[in-house]
Design a protein around this ligand. Sequence first.
Ligand SMILES: *[C@@H]1O[C@H](CO)[C@@H](O)[C@H](O)[C@H]1NC(C)=O
Length: 290
Amino acid sequence: MAAFHSPSTASIGMVLLLLIGFSMAAFAYGNFYHKFDVVWGDGRAVIQEGGDLLTLSLHKTSGSGFQSKDEYLYGKIDMQLKLVPGNSAGTVTAYWLSSKGEAWDEIDFEFLGNLSGQPYILHTNVFCQGKGNREQQFYLWFDPTADFHTYSILWNPERIVFSVDGIPIREFKNLEFLGVPFPKNQKMRLYSTLWNADDWATRGGLVKTDWSQAPFKASYRNFNADACVWSSGSSYCSSNKNAWFWEELNFAKKGQMKWVQNNYMVYNYCEDTKRFPQGLPTECTFADIL
Ligand SMILES: *[C@@H]1O[C@H](CO)[C@@H](O)[C@H](O)[C@H]1NC(C)=O
């Protein structure tokens, strides 16, 4: 019997080693294959380098996009993006979380391209139950096309924080007790697309996409989600083990956010009194003092 056992034990050992090898490879390199589906512009969205890198491209015929396989109810999500270089005017690289249905919730990053040497605009918005109108826009303090930078969304029961390279640029607090809706019941998926929006994106649609520069290309890497992943009807998450679940902006982070808002903010709905003649939205009045 022993004679029969030895080879089979050895081959089980081999299989185990192979399996371990595969799963380690999956952890190290399989990120995009395992976490995302290409859902638009087939062939123009390409996962490369064994799953380490994803590129979206925009041709005159179509853009492209992907979405996460998982859905999240709260999380801290990081992605590194390198945006369309050169003359990217008219193009928009959107990167957002969204739920489904008519009363959807959404947390948006959108990068509006520009002529060579002119600054991108980072556009942000928060939708609650199908209603947005909470735009804030920023210039960046670096060239987002020269290298990868980390764009993060922290979404927990108390706040949504948008960060760039770890520097918070915007906070949307949970002010439900003042009647301001806050996304907290609907699971969201992560999406990203590269598309042509030259009817509005660059200087309100004045600058058109230069198709002689196509295909336009944006790249993604180092996705990380510390998140409560939705699975068969509930959200799997042990909140007491996740520091991000209760994370708030400390004094230093608030100072960084002020620096960005004082120096790089292009548009703030909370200052647009013309747009809200009946009075600014409640969260604009109370956000700073609370
Ligand atoms: C593009 O560059 C112009 C000129 O510097 C600037 O006014 C504009 O805000 C920039 N961004 C977009 C998206 O138009």
